[in-house]
Design a protein around this ligand. Structure first.
Ligand code: SF4
Length: 82
């Protein structure tokens, strides 16, 4: 099992909740109506980053976001999956 790097642009989240439903280990809703990337680290540009073990539900969660603010990179291949 490889690793995924997740980049999440929280500012652009519209609170559609799909990511939380598809991977509740990865995202939770916050009181301000936006999702939090659980364990994510805030980067200088305001996005959040997390490196974690690869799993299918991460891809589903990112693909489920209607405003495409969740990016997933496979660290083994360096390729952007979502
Ligand atoms: S699916 Fe996208 S818009 Fe909806 S809560 Fe998650 S990150 Fe935000």
């Amino acid at each position: 099992m490889g690793k995924f790097r997740i980049i999440y642009d929280r500012k652009a989240c519209i609170g559609a909740n799909a990511c939380v439903v598809l991977d509740p280990q990865l995202f939770e809703m916050d009181k301000d109506g936006k999702a939090n990337l659980i364990g994510g680290k805030k980067l200088a540009d305001g996005t959040f980053e997390l490196v974690t073990d690869a799993r299918e539900s991460i891809i589903e969660s990112a693909r489920g976001c209607p405003v495409e603010v969740i990016k997933v990179i496979d660290l083994e291949t360096g390729k952007k999956i979502v």
